[in-house]
Structures are given as structure tokens and as C-alpha cells.
Design a binder for this molecule. Structure first.
Ligand code: E4P
Length: 219
């Protein structure tokens, strides 16, 4: 399963890329709005750092506007994936952009039929939002299971990109269900590195080592 980070923050992306575990990046207008720099410059820099799929989202709501913005985004770098919202116009824009050879990520997916329609329109990725479904007492991960099953049944090439991830448990469940990608906020990736038994274990290893060194030196 591929790991994308869900942020528009260059420092966070640089830090994770340096660890060597990052396959791609997703951004959205809310994430970009938090950053000071020009969005085009940010996307260009992210593409240089990661050299993998980088989703940049359109803000137009009509198909023609989305197609125009999508082409502008794609001109930034070969790594850009054009992100469009799941609306009828978004699906139309997806079809045109995909037919032109662009990679499209259809976002704001909250049902299996939406995912299926996006796949039919040639989406490279669909982004079901699991956390936002959980927030309204509906199982986000149940939706992932449905979409993975449907795409497998019909051999759709569209990848299931699990979005709106809130905890490491979402990541484990996504991997067990065979999702293709998870896009994870930096804070949740950080949680995955932490385990108190690892910290305690390492502390003990180092203390034992120091004790043995001191004993050898005094022998
Ligand atoms: C996906 O591509 C979105 O950017 C993101 O995962 C939304 O997550 P949120 O519900 O935490 O805003």
C-alpha cells in the first residue's frame, strides 16, 4: 500500500521525504489556504521533493473551468495529479482530462456509486473520506471495503486512495482491505512511529550496553 502525506506544508513534506517512506502527496484548497506561498510555487516545489504523484485540486465548479484549471495544474510538473470534486461537472471534467492522458483524482467520495462513476470516467484515483463518514456515525471503512470489492470484480485500474484518515487504525484497516493508497496527515504518520515499548526497550538496551562497557573498562 502506498503512503501519501496529506499536507501543503513544504517543511513537513521535506522531513518525511528524508525518511524515505513517502510515495506521494495530496493537497486540497483548505490545506493550501493555510500556507503563505503561492499555490503554484508550492506544488512545483512538492513535485521536486517527492517525484511521485502530487494531487493539486481545482477550485472551479463548472466542467469547463475545471478542465482549464486542470490543464494549468498539469503544466506545473509531470507528477501532478489533477484533483476534481465528485459532482456531475467534476465527473465530466475527469472524463475529458483522463481522455487527454492526464491523471485525475476524484475527491469528496462518500458512496460506492460515486466511486464507480468516477472509475467509469477514467479516474486514476478515487478519494473516499473515511474520517468525515465516521464523524457522522457511518462506517468509513465499510465504504472502503465496498469500493475495493467493486473495483476488483470489474478489474478497474482506478486506485482506491483512502482519505480523511484520522488514526493509525484507519491505516491498518485500509491495508488489510487491500486499498491501494492511504493519504495521511503528518501528525498521524508521526503516531505510527511511536510505541512506548520501543522507547523502553531501546533505553534498556543502551543502559545494559553502557554497564557492560564500564565493567570491561574496570576489569
Ligand atoms: C484528501 O485528499 C483530503 O485532502 C483529506 O484527506 C481530507 O481530510 P480531512 O477530512 O481531515 O479534511
Amino acid at each position: 500500500m502506498k503512503l501519501f502525506v496529506d499536507t501543503g506544508n513544504i517543511a513537513e513534506i521535506e522531513a518525511l521525504a528524508a525518511v524515505g517512506i513517502l510515495d506521494g502527496v495530496t493537497t486540497n484548497p483548505s490545506l493550501m489556504a493555510k500556507e503563505k506561498e503561492d499555490p503554484t510555487a508550492i506544488l512545483r516545489r512538492i513535485c521536486e521533493i517527492v517525484q511521485g504523484p502530487v494531487s493539486g485540486e481545482v477550485v472551479a465548479t463548472d466542467a469547463e473551468g475545471m478542465i482549464r484549471e486542470g490543464r494549468e495544474l498539469a503544466a506545473i510538473s509531470e507528477h501532478i495529479v489533477i484533483k476534481v470534486p465528485f459532482t456531475k461537472d467534476g465527473v465530466r471534467a475527469c472524463k475529458v482530462l483522463a481522455d487527454d492522458g492526464h491523471k485525475v483524482n476524484v475527491t469528496l467520495i462518500f458512496s460506492a456509486t460515486q466511486a464507480w462513476l468516477a472509475a467509469k470516467a477514467g479516474a486514476a484515483y478515487v478519494s473516499p473520506f473515511v474520517g468525515r463518514l465516521d464523524d457522522i456515525a457511518t462506517s468509513g471503512m465499510h465504504l472502503i471495503r465496498e469500493i475495493v470489492d467493486i473495483f476488483e470484480n470489474f478489474d478497474y485500474a482506478t486506485e482506491v486512495l483512502v482519505a480523511s484518515v484520522r488514526s493509525p487504525i484507519h491505516i491498518v484497516e485500509a491495508a488489510r482491505m487491500g486499498a491501494d493508497v492511504v493519504t495521511v496527515p503528518p501528525a498521524v504518520i508521526e503516531q505510527c512511529f511511536k510505541h512506548p515499548l520501543t522507547d523502553i526497550g531501546l533505553e534498556k538496551f543502551l543502559k545494559d550496553w553502557e554497564k557492560a562497557q564500564a565493567a570491561r573498562a574496570n576489569a
